[in-house]
Design a binder for this molecule. Structure first.
Ligand code: AMP
Ligand code: MN
Ligand code: MN
Ligand code: MN
Length: 289
């Protein structure tokens, strides 16, 4: 049984399925509780909530906020947020506002590397132009035959030191957590295993995150190895953080884990849903996959 998925994306950010289709896919995969966590935007939540109610899937409104911490880009998920909260909405509008200019600079860098038409090309893939992202550029670059798949595009063109990379300053860690809390939500460090930081920096991040009111960390996510599951389960227990689970699904062709197809948490973990008031059957909460 794979009943819970607290991290996925729709066309409102860089996913490839519209919110209602995403929910239908999760339901078909047996998902019992789903959080939609689009990057920096809440516009998919109403449609997703309605679709979830229709399909008998429990729905948790969420978001994934882009954060700059020292020189590292981090993602902080908010779970159980009120989508109408003005503090959160204003904060996210501010985070989104830099994306258009960044996209122009990315396109200029890509043009210098011999990839033309990237600005218009990327926007063709962005259903929500306010959320133009590197993922949309990656899809255009694959379409143009410059790389085999999006992960090859990132390596060659879109990460630090590559022609389409543009340094960008997102929200601060403290702001992101405080907006989530203002909206009644729980802040979660997303996919911690992906950050290229030392053990000491991870320790600092967890401490700082807790100091500003963060409460949970993703233990199970598609980019984690089984060693990562153990490492972050231990870090969560040591720091007194709750453990979260999410596929980080972006679309049928781009994801390692299907929406709703998330392995169970280690039994040693304290699940984040205990703080979300999500009612689960005992089997759903504890049956390993
Ligand atoms: P942005 O917010 O515009 O910087 O885009 C970040 C998004 O790009 C992430 O949320 C992922 O969906 C995607 N992404 C980042 N790194 C990679 C990678 N190495 N391979 C594939 N997709 C990636
Ligand atoms: Mn993404
Ligand atoms: Mn992320
Ligand atoms: Mn994500």
């Amino acid at each position: 049984m794979r009943p819970i998925d607290f991290h996925c994306h729709s066309t409102v950010s860089d996913g490839t399925l519209p919110p209602a289709e995403l929910v239908a896919r999760a339901a078909a995969n047996g998902c019992q509780h789903l959080a939609l966590t689009d990057h920096d935007d809440l516009d998919g939540l109403a449609v997703a909530a309605a679709a979830a109610a229709q399909q008998g899937v429990g729905f948790v409104p969420g978001v994934e906020i882009s954060v700059s911490w020292h020189d590292v880009t981090l993602h902080i998920v908010g779970l159980g947020i009120d989508p109408d909260n003005a503090t959160l909405r204003d904060g996210l509008a501010q985070v989104r506002s830099g994306r258009a200019e960044r996209a122009e600079q990315m396109a200029a860098g890509l043009a210098r590397a011999g990839i033309g038409g990237a600005l218009a090309g990327a926007y063709r893939y962005a259903s929500n132009p306010a959320l133009i992202s590197r993922a949309h550029f990656a899809r255009y670059i694959v379409e143009q035959g410059h790389a085999r798949d999006t992960s090859a595009v990132f390596k060659r063109y879109l990460v630090k030191g590559k022609p389409g990379y543009v340094r960008h300053v997102w929200a601060t860690l403290g702001d992101a957590v405080s907006w989530i809390r203002a909206a009644g939500g729980i802040a979660v460090i997303a996919h911690p295993g992906r950050y290229r930081i030392s053990v000491a920096q991870m320790h600092d991040l967890v401490r700082e995150f807790r100091d500003v009111g963060g409460e949970a960390i993703e233990v199970i996510t598609s980019s984690h190895s089984t060693e990562d599951y153990q490492r972050f389960d231990a870090i969560a227990r040591e720091a007194g953080l709750l453990a979260s689970v999410g596929s980080d699904f972006h679309g049928p062709d781009e994801s390692w884990m299907d929406v709703g197809g998330v392995p169970a948490l280690p039994l040693s973990a304290t699940p984040v849903w205990q703080a979300l008031g999500v009612q689960l059957s005992e089997t759903a909460a504890t049956t390993p996959v």
